[in-house]
Design a protein around this ligand. Sequence first.
Ligand code: NAP
Length: 288
Amino acid sequence: MSVILITGTSSGIGLATAVHFARKRHDVYAAVRNPTTAGALAEAMVKEPLPITRVTIDVDDASSVRRGVDEVLAKSGRVDVLVNNAGLGGGGPIEDVPIDWAKTLFETNYFGAIRMIQAVLPGMRARGSGVIVNISSVAGRYVPAGHGHYAAVKHALEAASEALALEVTPLGLRVVIIEPGVIVTPIFSKAKRFVAPDSPYAHHLRRLLLMYQRQLTNPTPPERVAETIEEAVTTPTPRLRWLVGDDAQRLVAGRRRISDEEFVADASAATDAEWEALMRRRYGFEWP
Ligand code: NAP
């Protein structure tokens, strides 16, 4: 039985991962930023007798991270696996997104994960074991127009994860990067989107949302991400990166096959139909 600490478990991937590991009888610490909006987690804990302890952690707040991790360490003595899942979605074209909002995105999706990592590492190093799981995205490998800041924050998390892997693997620790494609969770309804009324980039955002809609007709459920996290943590043949979902596989493989110049030229597709044809040809998407 391992001690698993997961951030952002009020919904979506975090909630599914907490339930998944608890069903496997691991000792799960499910962190939420606000207990009053964590009704789905409370319901899951009432429905089934699961070994889940709820803790309050706002990853934006250093003292909240310290208090939450100290609470877990006081109760369990250790953290074997940290899953950095808490995150925000949304954004828009680079020119249209207010810098303050982009900073908010980095505060949560990047610095939030780093705060958590810094809080658990001393204990993991002292024991010479532990796994850090960072929930990135296919956007950490593939950059869509109209989604630059989100892709930037996930690229940043991937770079930090690689550096961390180089630093801590020799100490007996492990780092895992999870890269889901489109997963059906509340992130899409919560996401803030920015596009100026007369934006010359509006069609990019429209195409991005079109791609989400199409993917969500045959969605990858958050449980699939949870299963992948478990496999990544327990596999006897460790790997740094784990894509989740057919769309994520296709986008990364397709992007590898084309040059930067072809990739950039594709954004000049004059109509949505032309753009869809390119998505078929380059990435093999067969949408309805
Ligand atoms: P979600 O259902 O909206 O879950 C996000 C979680 O993060 C919520 O529990 C949210 O809490 C929490 N959170 C936000 N800000 C926080 C903060 N400052 N401190 C602590 N917790 C905070 O979305 P999701 O899709 O499951 O996303 C989880 C992760 O997967 C994110 O990192 C996201 O970027 C990544 N991801 C998602 C997809 C996808 O298609 N869904 C694809 C690739 C990667 P509140 O309830 O309080 O807001």
